[in-house]
Design a binder for this molecule. Sequence first.
Ligand code: NI
Length: 181
Amino acid sequence: MAILPITVYGDPVLKKIASPIKQVDDGIIGLIQNMFATMRNANGIGLAANQVDIDKQIFIVDISPVEGYEKFKPVVMINPEIILQSDETVVMEEGCLSLPNLRADVERPEAIKVRYLDTDENIQEIEADDLFARVILHEYDHLIGKLIPDRVNEQIRKKLQEELELIRNREVKVDYPITPK
Ligand code: NI
């Protein structure tokens, strides 16, 4: 297993719609293992493949480090689709490993239903709410080229601009490997 450098704001792969996976082969399984190693090294609770510079529709979620979620089992979602979203929304502060040190309040649906392929290529459908739904929606956003600044209003986005430029220029302190400029 390898810890991979994490892409940050400004890296083109983060703005792309990720490519679907046709077959879950050994290369994909190896990638997933490296993604877990990379996420854990950075103390993250979710990671999408384009955050390790791989243009593929995969993300992983492990919220077990969060208080109250200790029993959560890590999940790998391949070619995910959000098939239902609640009208009810919640605002919660979010961070992102590709936006080091940045935090912003993001409004998202409280509950969702998601369809995805698991690593055995079985189609799964699950309902998620609360923090799990939020992390899925955040990671799904990565796969469609969207980041936190794309999910906040104009006023908040303006406030984030200076911080985003520092991140783009790697003028931030980060305690995990990131891609070179
Ligand atoms: Ni993120």
